[in-house]
Every structure is written in structure tokens, then in C-alpha cells.
Design a protein around this ligand. Structure first.
Ligand SMILES: [Ca+2]
Length: 719
């Protein structure tokens, strides 16, 4: 049904042999390599990897990202350090005169919601004077350091006795208020009284004043009106969920349990009356949303420390992780998480973590943990992220044995987002069928694509690491191979310098049988710096063609044009090259169904053609061939024998007829297409022809419409 065509006489054999590079990957099928090169201490789930973000940070206690992306890390001894672009700056932002006995020291840092404008940041530390107590102060940033003399004390907590249970975390809520976690200083009774700030979560305005809507504003006095919730033992860390504003508090336990509490206005969390859940339940106390027992190993431990909601500006983890709450146990060295829709069951994440003391979700969507044991900040990323492969994919599907059939082929397009979700379209003729889905961690996805009025199509897609999609598309009776490439170029960031140009192409016909077109189809197109092909042309039966489509990084063009009202098509991979002539080529399959229009080839055909092309530059004042005389030859198309016409070529691309037949030929200088008329011997009417120049090949090809067959036109320099 699809006879192999002899190589076109103009075809460059060297080019031909290298042509189907893009098609080769269809043959390779689903072979897919992926390797991980990991050097880390922690054990992470499959698909995750970690890198050293910063090291050399001794006695770290807490960290926080500035709105500008810098990461600030508290050292217990009083230094607030800055990590900028992954490098620990040698000069601390500020070094505070702290008492760092036992669990005291610099314990918390937070950035003003309006930091970009006001440069305010806040710290929690153990002050020595006048007596030992914890303090919340505000500093003003001056670049990488605190502006000298900028400390403003906002809140002085109660005097300390024991060295432990200081709490220390501070964060702004989504309500713009500053929340402060204070430990009970190893005196359980502190947690249940409104007469001091210890064993509480506190809430103040960013200027240190106390909001009048605090729950005990009327019942407590003085600074104790800052109490927002009570009954905590040592809330060393807590986290605010972006968007929802939910706050989870990690309260370090005493004899049996570590707990996570959801913060509520005015609530009492039970310490020291109860640890974790009260038994029997006590309606005066709010129970944790999750707690785990003391002991060795994962899901057990002695010191919950570090919590963060995975709600980053840029999602790097799988989309299913958005909203998860990650936390860690300092003593047992693991990171776990509560899934977004299951707050009561912990899911193991990382183990063998070196004394994790704090966790943060980075603006880049990675999970950062502060490993006090090794003095490092580690960044955990999902290696199966789709971020580097997101974009627009275009390709073709067709059967790979027995020839291309119109009904079992088509054009494929897909938009991939960074979270692996996609929306795609299958085009067959004029019909486009949409589908959506999500690639799994292995880059696989399947769809059943509905086609109104007929059976649905099944797609099996595989996205590889380099951003190419292969797969299969089938209905019940046929199976087509799919190949699609990512649109690679962008005018500003990645211009298609090697491909941006004007081109012409020919779809050569055949002289084997009158049932097939003898004429050459023609096209002209531009590739712009964004790598986008804008193509128009005419097939050798006069059918118009047009397509706009982006190139792949290798210059592959999935050529597809619906023809005959969707009942036919022409498709194939065209590959643009930077090498010597020709500049492009590819095998295309043209399906013309039976029918009265166009008037040639009314029985229809399925025809393969090895397409040819050339870069094109308007000749301007010159001639377009390196010659002054040329021939215009018409053949096939019902002509008994070929007709040769002589012309001369003058400056400005002018063609002058010097033969006996009446002939005109006019080149559109800008595009490289030409049109003309010739009055054949014995004919009453002129025969119109159309064609295009292949400039590098010094050849023009085209067609005229004969009685039943498309005839061939050749325009080339005289021998
Ligand atoms: Ca409790």
C-alpha cells in the first residue's frame, strides 16, 4: 500500500542517512535510565535527595528565611548568622550578649511581614541584665548586618530559675501579630497561671503593644495580657500555615509523650495536669492533634523540635505534599509528616538525621533542616520534580509498520506544569480531543480520551528526564507510536539562533504512476527567535497548507496539516539542521481520500514523500541562480512528453521568456515562492503553475494541474 519511494535525485545521501534521528527514539521504546548520585547522612524516601546548603554552624537552635531568600540561623551563643545564595557569611548579622547556659541563648528569629519595606526582624534570646530572663527584641537590617543601635526591646519575659524549658520560637501569624512560644522554665505551675508569661503562647503587636482582642486582655494584667493560650511545657518550635493561618505547636514532653497541638485562642493545653491526652478526658484541656511515645527508633523519641507546613511559593515536592506538616524529633533523628488530609497518622520521611533542631519550607519548595549535630543546613528536594521539564510539548502519533493511515494518526500537544499535572490534545483531522492528568513519579500517565461519536482512545505516556514524551495511542483496532518534544526556545532566554531564518521546501511528487502526484508541493516558512515555525504552502493538487508549531531543541518539527475538511492529512517529522545542504528534510505521509475535489486524483491515494528544503534569502538586486539562463520544464500531468522552455535571468530576479511558448514566471522575492503561466504547444488556454526555489540546491520545483494528475514543474539553470 505504501511503496518505498526511490530517493529523489536531488537528495543528499549523507543527509538522508542522518535524517530520522528524531524517529529513532520511537524505536527505542520505553528504555529509560535514571540514576541518583547521593552523598548524604540522612535516609530519605525514594525520589528525594538532599544537599549540603551550609555548614560550620555550631550550636544552632533555629532558622528562618527572610522574604528576600536569605536564610538566617540562630546560634545558641548569641550570633545570628546569614546564609546568602547558599554561602554562610563570615560576619554575623548581630552577636547578642546572651546567657547560653543549658537551653538558654539565642533561640528564635522572625521577619516582619513588611520586612522588604521596613527591614525589621525580631529575635528571642536570654538576656543577662538586670536578671536572667528571656526577651523579644526588634532589629533593623542594614544589608547583611543589623543597623548599629537599632535594637528595640518589645517584651521582657519573667525571670528565670532553671536553665531549661525556655521555648523560644517566634513567628508572625497571618493576622500580622507576633506569636511567641515561652517554656514553663521547669515549673509546671507556671503553665496554668495568668500571672506570668511562662508555659504560654503569647501574642503581641509588632511594636510590642498588646492587642486588645487577646483572650485574657480583660482578666490578666500588664504584660500578661499578651497570653494567647496556656498549658504548655516547652513549646520549642511552632509553625504557621501560609494562607490558612493555622498554627501547630510542638510541645516537648516530660515522662511519656511528645505532642503537636493546634493553637486556638484562649485554649489550655493541659500541662502539667495532663501530658498529651488527658485520661480520663478533661473538657477544660484541649488535646493534641498528634502525639508519639517516648522510646527509641522512628515514631518515638524524646524531643519534638522543628515544624513546617509545606505550602511554598514554588512547589517542588509532589503536589500531594502541599499542606503537609513536617516535624522532627531531635533526640531520635527523624523527620515525619502529617498528611494534609490526615492529621492523626504520622508518615515517616527521613531517618538518620543528625540532631534536627529546626525545619523550614524554602521559597524554592525544598525542605530545609537544621542539623545541630553536624552544624549544617541540609536541603531536601524531590528529584522527580517536573520543574525542569514543564512546558509545551508537540508531537505526532502514527502506526510504525504498514505505513501511515490517516485515521490512525494525528497531532499531539500537551502542556506540562511543574507539579506533573498536564492538559493535552489529540488532533485527528479537524477534530481535537482534550485530556488531563498527572504524571506519576516514574513519569508515566495513562488516559482514556473521549471522541464524540466514536470509540475513545487510550494513551500511555512516558515522560523522560530530558523532556521528551514517548508512548502509545490506540483504539480497539490500531496502535500508534507517539513521540513528542518540548518546545525548547524562547526569544529572550534561549533564542533559536541556529534555526531562526526563512526557508523554502518542496514535497516531491512521483513519476512512477499517474495515480500518484507527479508535481512537487511547495511551502515557505519562517522560524523566529522563539523557535516557532510559521508555515504556509500548497500541495501538488492545489490543497493549501498552514501550520504554526514550535521546534524542539534539535530542530525537530512535527509537521501536521489537516486536509480535505479533515478527511485527509499530511504529517511527518521534519528535521532542520545546521549542516551543509539541504537545511531540512523528512519523510511525510500524505493521505488524500477519494472524492470529486480537487479534480485531480479523484480516486485518492496514500503517498509518502521525502521532503526537501533550503534556507532562503531574497536575492535582492541579484539573480537567484548562479546563471544567466534557465529552463522551465513541464512533465507528466497528462502531457504526452515533457515541454522545455528557455528563459534568461536578469538582475532583480527578473525572468524573461526566450522560448517559443508564451511564458511568464514571477518570483516572490521575500518568500522564495513563484507563480507563472505557460501556453503549451497547441493549447488555447495558458496553464498555471506554482513552485518554490531551493536556493542552496539551485533548483525550483512545483506543479501544474493536468487533466487527471498533478503535473511536475522543474525550474533550473541551463546545463
Ligand atoms: Ca498538652
Amino acid at each position: 500500500m505504501f511503496p518505498a519511494r526511490p530517493a529523489y535525485t536531488l537528495m543528499n545521501k549523507r543527509f538522508l542517512s542522518s535524517l530520522p534521528a528524531s524517529l529513532a527514539s520511537l524505536v527505542l521504546g520505553f528504555a529509560w535510565l535514571f540514576s541518583l548520585a547521593l552523598t548524604h547522612a540522612a535516609t530519605l524516601p525514594e525520589g528525594y535527595a538532599e544537599t549540603h546548603y551550609a555548614s560550620g554552624i555550631s550550636r544552632a537552635t533555629a532558622m528562618e528565611f527572610a522574604p528576600d531568600g536569605r536564610l538566617f540561623v540562630c546560634q545558641q551563643g548569641g550570633s545570628l548568622r546569614v546564609i546568602k545564595n547558599g554561602a554562610l557569611l563570615p560576619t554575623p548579622f548581630v552577636t547578642l550578649d546572651v546567657d547560653d547556659f543549658s537551653e538558654r541563648g539565642l533561640l528564635g528569629v522572625a521577619f516582619d511581614p513588611d520586612f522588604t519595606a521596613n527591614h525589621f526582624l525580631y529575635v528571642y534570646y536570654t538576656a543577662k541584665q538586670p536578671t536572667l530572663h528571656n526577651r523579644v527584641s526588634r532589629f533593623t537590617a542594614d544589608g547583611e548586618v543589623a543597623a548599629p543601635g537599632s535594637e528595640t526591646i518589645l517584651l521582657e519575659l519573667d525571670n528565670l530559675n532553671a536553665g531549661n524549658h525556655n521555648g523560644g520560637a517566634i513567628h508572625f501569624g497571618t493576622d500580622g501579630k507576633l506569636y511567641i512560644a515561652a517554656g514553663e522554665n521547669a515549673r509546671g505551675a507556671n503553665a496554668q497561671t495568668l500571672t506570668n508569661l511562662l508555659g504560654k503562647i503569647l501574642r503581641i503587636n509588632s511594636d510590642g503593644s498588646i492587642p486588645a482582642d487577646n483572650p485574657f486582655y480583660g482578666s490578666a494584667s500588664g504584660k500578661n495580657r499578651a497570653i494567647w493560650a496556656l498549658g504548655f511545657r516547652n513549646p520549642f518550635t511552632f509553625a504557621v500555615q501560609p494562607g490558612s493561618g493555622r498554627i501547630f505547636v510542638n510541645d516537648v514532653g516530660n515522662g511519656a509523650w511528645e505532642e503537636i497541638d493546634e493553637l486556638a485562642r484562649g485554649a489550655n493545653y493541659g500541662w502539667p495536669e495532663c501530658e498529651a491526652a488527658c485520661s480520663p478526658a478533661n473538657p477544660n484541656f484541649r488535646e493534641p492533634i498528634y502525639f508519639y511515645p517516648h522510646g527509641s527508633g522512628i515514631r518515638k523519641g524524646y524531643c519534638i523540635a522543628g515544624g513546617t507546613f509545606y505550602n511554598p511559593a514554588t512547589v517542588q515536592f509532589p503536589a500531594s505534599e502541599v499542606g503537609a506538616y513536617y516535624f522532627c524529633d531531635y533526640s531520635n533523628g527523624w523527620i515525619g509528616k502529617l498528611a494534609p488530609n490526615n492529621r492523626h497518622q504520622v508518615i515517616d520521611f527521613a531517618t538518620s538525621v543528625s540532631s534536627p533542631v529546626d525545619l523550614k519550607t524554602g521559597p524554592d519548595g525544598r525542605l530545609y533542616y537544621l542539623a545541630r549535630g553536624e552544624g549544617t543546613v541540609m536541603a531536601v528536594s524531590w528529584t522527580h520534580s517536573f520543574a525542569g521539564r514543564a512546558g509545551s510539548y508537540q508531537g505526532l502519533f502514527y502506526e510504525t509498520s504498514g505505513g501511515v493511515r490517516h485515521g490512525a494518526s494525528g497531532f499531539f500537544s500537551l502542556a506540562l506544569r511543574t507539579d506533573g499535572t498536564y492538559s493535552g490534545k489529540l488532533q485527528q483531522g479537524t477534530k481535537r480531543h482534550s485530556f488531563t492528568g498527572t504524571f506519576d513519579v516514574d513519569g508515566k500517565a495513562t488516559n482514556s480520551v473521549n471522541r464524540p461519536g466514536t470509540n475513545s482512545l487510550t494513551t500511555e505516556l512516558l515522560l523522560d528526564e530530558d523532556g521528551q514524551i514517548t508512548g502509545r495511542i490506540s483504539d480497539n483496532s490500531w496502535e500508534a507510536a507517539l513521540l513528542a518534544d518540548r518546545a525548547a526556545f524562547a526569544a529572550r532566554t534561549n533564542p533559536a539562533t541556529n534555526f531562526a531564518n526563512r526557508y523554502t521546501l518542496l514535497v516531491p511528487g512521483s513519476a512512477e504512476t499517474p495515480l500518484e502526484p507527479a508535481g512537487d508541493g511547495l511551502g515557505t516558512f519562517v522560524v523566529d527567535t522563539s523557535g516557532r515555525v510559521s508555515f504556509t504552502g500548497l500541495l501538488a493538487d492545489g490543497s493549501p497548507m498552514a501550520q504554526k508549531v514550535p521546534l524542539s531543541k534539535n530542530g525537530a518539527w512535527p509537521f501536521y496539516v489537516s486536509l480535505y475538511g479533515g478527511r485527509g492529512s499530511i504529517l511527518g517529522w521534519i528535521l532542520l539542521t545546521n549542516s551543509a545542504q539541504p537545511d531540512l528534510g523528512g519523510l511525510v505521509s500524505w493521505s488524500r481520500p477519494p472524492g470529486p475535489k480537487p479534480k485531480v486524483h479523484t480516486n485518492g491515494f496514500a503517498f509518502d514523500s521525502m521532503l526537501l528544503g533550503s534556507a532562503y534569502r531574497a536575492p535582492g538586486a541579484n539573480t537567484f541562480f548562479d546563471a544567466t539562463s534557465a529552463v522551465v520544464i513541464l512533465s507528466e500531468g497528462g502531457l504526452g512528453q515533457s515541454v522545455t522552455n528557455l528563459v534568461t535571468l536578469g538582475p532583480g530576479a527578473k525572468v524573461t521568456n526566450t522560448g517559443t511558448n508564451k511564458l511568464t514566471l514571477k518570483l516572490t522575492q521575500k518568500s522564495g515562492a513563484f507563480t507563472g503561466n505557460v501556453t503549451l504547444p497547441g493549447a488555447k488556454k495558458a496553464t498555471a503553475f506554482k513552485g518554490a526555489l531551493l536556493q542552496k540546491q539551485q533548483y525550483g520545483g512545483g506543479f501544474f494541474l493536468g487533466t487527471n494528475q498533478s503535473g511536475h514543474l522543474e525550474f533550473r539553470p541551463s546545463p
